[in-house]
Design a protein around this ligand. Sequence first.
Ligand code: C2E
Ligand code: CA
Ligand code: CA
Length: 523
Amino acid sequence: MPEFFRSRAGRQCLTIMALGAVLWISATLLDVDSWLVSFMSTFENYGADKFVLALGIAGAMSFIYSVLRIADLRKEMQLRDSAQARADWTATHDHLTKLPNRYAFERKILPKPADKDGNLPEEAKSNVTIFSVDLDGFKKVNDLVGHKGGDVLLVEVAKRICALGNADCVYRFGGDEFIIIALGMTAAREEWFAKVLIQAVTRPILIDGFAVEVGASVGYDRWSEGAEPLEDAAHRADLAMYEAKSRGPNHQLIFETSMQDKVTERASLETKLRGAIQNKAIKTYYQPLIDLRSGRLCGFEALARWTDEDGMNIPPPIFIGIAEETGMITELFENLLTQACSDALAWPDDVRLSFNVSPVQMEDKLLPSRIFKVLAASRLPARRLEVEITENALVQDPAIAAHILDELHKAGVQIALDDFGTGYSSLAQLARYRFDKIKIDKSFIATCREDEKQEKIVRAMLALGRSLNIKTTAEGVEEHAQLAYLLQLGCDIGQGYLFGKAMPAAEAGIFIESQNTNLASTA
Ligand code: C2E
Ligand code: CA
Ligand code: CA
């Protein structure tokens, strides 16, 4: 109500009422009624009594009108207030979990923990810690139980986080990321709370009869009260969370300055990589693949090499990883494949080009047509190309992967399963897709002669290849003894420093010329 009287309409109504009251009081004080009676009897003949009566009725009507108008305006203001409150809520909350969102976080004003609880340990009194929680494997849940099931999971996770403490200090920043503001925690308590968060989130959740599990990565850091916006601390908590995530699911980490350095370094590397791809500064090198029975060269694996402007060699797993994350992989792949196909044209007809396809490319339905376009432009026959894919590449989207492999096979391109034994589900993949070759990962070859278990695994892989009629390549052959051993076990192809490291195209030409060396005699 006082709100109403502060509005313009309210002030108008008040003025009318005040005027009425002033008139009324003045009339009473000045004895206006007796004066009116004598006035009307004096001027009776002129109809003054009727005039005064009309004036009285008009006054009463205005008063009633004012009262009704006040009631209307009050109602209108109430409606406006509730609409405003609804709009405010919508702007500051997430509709699914009903938690406040990033915008609400930015507007948050924190109470002083020491004001609320004087019993806090001295060192924790003014501590404000921001925790960032991100789910691991949420996409797989969506795939398994659909988006509605995914929503159920997010609501349950929100409830569990809120149940751990101050529910009004839990925020959903979109997707599967949550932020928690915790007050008055010691360092030990922060670590403990991060672990409790992980435990709470990772307990199975029942959705449509499925017991669904997700992982959680947690990062956290203190807010420098008064010295920075709260978002800065949330950003550092995020960086710590990403670092925790990179160590596998269910890790928690406190922020360290090296994490910020890593991000800055990565951003600069990304810019350099963009330039290197545009300028075609990344080159393909070729590592020989040797037929172990004949000792002859049967192919080259193309491996990307990048020396940046400062002369630094950037390892392929680093720049390929950045290219994958930033979507530059397609352009890089097309550049490198074009280079490699044109180099391979100069090789003998029976020397095949092996080319790595990264897991993210196996989600691209257009991959076969991209490859065919490069093959057609370079005039390299499809049968001379072999693509190497890892097991992990088949897990992302098995239907698209099957389509890609089918198209490539139909065109005559060979498919090799790379890094066999290190990925997700080796045997299931072998049964489901048709492979022409299995490449046994170099980690098995390196240890198989000293480690009995590894040796048994290598034997089993070779036997599996034979029984499925798929050729086997041993990666990372570095010693003559390894070669002799692999020959004895019946491995088909060898690759490794013993035969040659990855070399530029010109050196590959020289290698071809000298390839008549009988490798069997070196064994
Ligand atoms: P990969 O496909 O398993 O390639 C074999 C890696 O093992 C190469 O490392 C090669 O230099 C190394 N290697 C070969 N023989 C030996 C050996 O005897 N001993 C040891 N210790 N290592 C050996 P590189 O070139 O550093 O490549 C690493 C990974 O980067 C590759 O693993 C591949 O996954 C990826 N990569 C390289 N080039 C490309 C590319 O053009 N496209 C894609 N998508 N990935 C690539
Ligand atoms: Ca490979
Ligand atoms: Ca490999």
